[in-house]
Design a protein around this ligand. Structure first.
Ligand SMILES: Nc1ncnc2c1ncn2[C@@H]1O[C@H](COP(=O)(O)OP(=O)(O)OP(=O)(O)O)[C@@H](O)[C@H]1O
Ligand SMILES: N[C@@H](CCO)C(=O)O
Length: 315
């Protein structure tokens, strides 16, 4: 579930009066997502998503995220900008939380992407990178390479309760990745979490890129590596789909370009991405009660992906 903060109908109707968006017709909590509270809101004029930012999104980062959405939406990326109220404000407070009214985008997230859908997603990521090339904002990646060793230490030996030897295994993998990490390379603002659940599609067409709340400044190709880890395996990380992987890269190459040097950098970046998600999932696994309403994501599904990238070059 992802409705942590309840918004009463009265509070919502009063909130909407600040905007030029007609009157409230219906509201419904959105079950998907784990970070924020989200509601579908329908008014007499249009449909919106109301997001109340919970503890993982720092209020101080909101201007960066909202500027980013505006910037890329203005350049034709299907990303949902926040709606300004009559006084031009986009960040509000509702039920004690920072809140934004976001434009609704059509489409659904696919669970088992086909090559055609992966190609479209790769092209959309390339389009996003083109649109971000002249974006002036910056935000450090607090879940980037430098954060992984401290996070591994914070998880500690408790990781071995998930799978015996996991702490040492991730330590070894991290040492190898750190030693091989690219020294240079094109940096910029990236999405950093473009999983299939953050891409809305109708058929083979991308209709929306959402959930930019991990966006940060890092190596541009790390974004493609993250996307590759998220799109090209079954949910357990057991089976790599070559057709989907090739299509994702082809879509990106058509849209942004992909040199031989880029391809050569991707394997280590993908191993790093696997460590990132194994660690954040591991941390959540160890710190979320098993009976919590939020579904915990399996860290081992990312350890299995890591093994694939360690065994062979998938690029
Ligand atoms: N602009 C939008 N238009 C249409 N649907 C949206 C929009 N934004 C979010 N959604 C819907 O709300 C769901 C949750 O949104 P989102 O992924 O941003 O939540 P979150 O709690 O921040 O996420 P996560 O757990 O993925 O980090 C999405 O899966 C999608 O169904
Ligand atoms: N997309 C991430 C959650 C947000 O970082 C995961 O699947 O682990």
């Amino acid at each position: 579930m992802a409705v942590y903060t309840h918004v009463s109908a009265e509070a919502l109707a009063a909130f909407l009066l600040r905007f030029d968006v007609g009157e409230l017709v219906s509201v419904k909590g959105i079950a998907e997502g784990v970070e924020n509270s989200n509601y579908f809101v329908e008014t007499t004029a249009a449909r919106f998503v109301l997001t109340l930012y919970e503890k993982r999104v720092a209020a101080g980062d909101l201007p960066f995220f909202l500027d980013l959405l505006d910037h890329v939406a203005a350049r034709g990326v299907a990303a949902p900008p926040a709606v300004a109220d009559r006084e031009g404000r986009v960040i509000h407070e509702l039920e004690g939380r920072p809140a934004c009214l976001i434009r609704f985008l059509p489409g659904v997230s696919v669970s088992h992407p086909t090559p055609a859908q992966a190609r479209a997603a790769g092209a959309a990521l390339g389009g996003l990178h083109r649109a971000l090339a002249d974006f002036a904002g910056a935000r450090p990646n607090d879940l980037g390479l430098d954060a992984w060793a401290p996070l591994l230490a914070r998880c500690g030996d408790a990781l071995d309760g998930i799978e015996p030897g996991l702490h040492a295994e991730l330590g070894r993998a991290l040492a190898a990745v750190t030693a091989a990490w690219p020294q240079g390379g094109d940096r910029g603002v990236i999405h950093a979490d473009l999983f299939p659940d953050n891409v809305l599609m109708l058929g083979d067409r991308v209709t929306g890129l959402i959930d930019f709340y991990f966006a940060c400044t890092d190596l541009r190709l790390y974004d493609l590596a993250v996307t590759h880890t998220a799109w090209c395996f079954d949910a357990h990380g057991e089976r790599f789909d070559t057709g989907v992987g090739d299509a994702l890269l082809a879509g990106y190459a058509e849209s942004y370009g992909l040199t031989d040097d880029d391809r050569a950098a991707l394997p280590v970046l993908a191993r790093g991405a696997c460590i990132r998600f194994a660690l954040t999932r591991g941390w959540d696994w160890l710190n979320t009660p098993a009976d919590a309403l939020v579904t915990r994501k399996d860290p081992l599904a990312y350890v299995r992906r890591l093994h694939h990238y360690e065994r062979e070059n998938l690029f």
